[in-house]
Design a protein around this ligand. Structure first.
Ligand SMILES: Nc1ncnc2c1ncn2[C@@H]1O[C@H](COP(=O)(O)OP(=O)(O)OP(=O)(O)O)[C@@H](O)[C@H]1O
Ligand SMILES: [Mg+2]
Length: 304
């Protein structure tokens, strides 16, 4: 069964943990045996988030003012390399030397006319006071919004349109290679509006759940799993009546509403995949990845 597993950023760095390399490696090492078990029984494509890692790079950049901060596409490329390296090495240690792996730097096209560019919504980087935010807004032409009592930079989150490396990704899968790709939702790129054939990076963040469902469709996956830190999709989340959905259809999910920055994009992603393919998708805890793949844990999403 061709399976795409997307790991949440918090699979590598849990909220509140020190953001050290050792911590990230230790978290990947904890997850590796179960992921290796999936890889032994199925064709595996791994995608992953990069929110905490990009946040760290932005904090480090803010501390060293001799050079301009690197743009978000470059940070995306950096984190794909770092996280892909941890995954490839720790999974490789579990699987032994003869299983072939490849980590592919992945660029995803976005549309310059995407309405997301008119309304940046995604918080990135450190918190600032109102005065600092105003100064940076002038200096760098960044947009800021209030996040609680602080101010933070916001960037657009456009729709993923096309995965540039999709042919090599498919080719590798057809040859039995485990592929790690589309990290952090892919590096956002577009064709330069001034020159049709020239790709340029974009100051944006593509939602990794939406990118993962595009990837899953493009590789003709049989299963899409969004692995996170909660054991499924709940109704009444945050209330004493909360209840996990164990088996639902996209239609049933679409009649409910979910938190915009967290469960919302996951539900949208699995609904799109199942609607487009008629195949199965699931959302659940990374700790339960094996039963989720087998269809007995998490929230299983199937065509109606
Ligand atoms: N209805 C809901 N059911 C379950 N969890 C929910 C719900 N609404 C919000 N959540 C929150 O969604 C979170 C998972 O989404 P989140 O975007 O934080 O993680 P992720 O996508 O795995 O990681 P990242 O975004 O850092 O890559 C859970 O930790 C939970 O707190
Ligand atoms: Mg998320």
């Amino acid at each position: 069964m061709r399976t795409v597993v997307a790991l949440g950023g918090n699979a590598l760095l849990k909220r509140g943990e020190p953001m050290t390399a050792e911590r990230q490696r230790a978290n990947v090492r904890t997850a590796a045996p179960a992921l290796a078990a999936v890889a032994r029984s199925h064709e595996l494509v791994l995608a992953h988030g990069n929110g905490p890692q990009v946040g760290l790079l932005a904090l480090q950049a803010a501390a060293y003012t001799e050079v301009e901060p690197y743009p978000l596409d470059v940070l995306g490329a950096q984190t794909q390399g770092m996280i892909g390296y941890f995954l490839e090495q720790e999974l490789g240690n579990q699987l032994g030397g003869d299983v072939p792996f490849a980590m592919l730097l992945t660029m995803i096209e976005v549309d310059p006319a995407d309405p997301a560019f008119d309304d940046p919504t995604k918080f990135v980087g450190p918190v600032y006071t109102k005065e600092q935010a105003d100064d940076l807004a002038k200096l760098r032409a960044w947009t800021f919004k209030a996040d609680g009592e602080h101010w933070r930079r916001v960037v657009p989150s456009p729709e993923p349109v096309r995965i540039f490396e999709i042919r090599p990704i498919r080719g590798l899968l057809d040859h039995g290679v485990i592929v790690i790709c589309a990290g952090g939702g892919g590096v956002p790129v577009m064709f330069d509006p001034a020159s049709e054939h020239t790709l340029v990076g974009v100051e944006a963040v593509i939602d990794k759940d939406l990118a993962s469902q595009l990837l899953a469709r493009d590789v003709s996956a049989d299963l899409l799993v969004l692995a996170t830190d909660v054991d499924g999709v709940y109704t009444g989340w945050g209330t004493p009546q909360k209840k996990r959905l164990s088996r639902v259809t996209p239609q049933e999910l679409r009649e409910l509403s979910f938190a915009a920055g967290s469960m919302g994009p996951k539900v949208e992603a699995v609904a799109r995949f199942v609607e487009a393919t008629g195949k199965r998708a699931a959302i659940g805890a990374l700790d339960h990845i094996e039963p989720i793949v087998e269809g007995t844990a998490g929230t299983q999403v199937v065509a109606g």
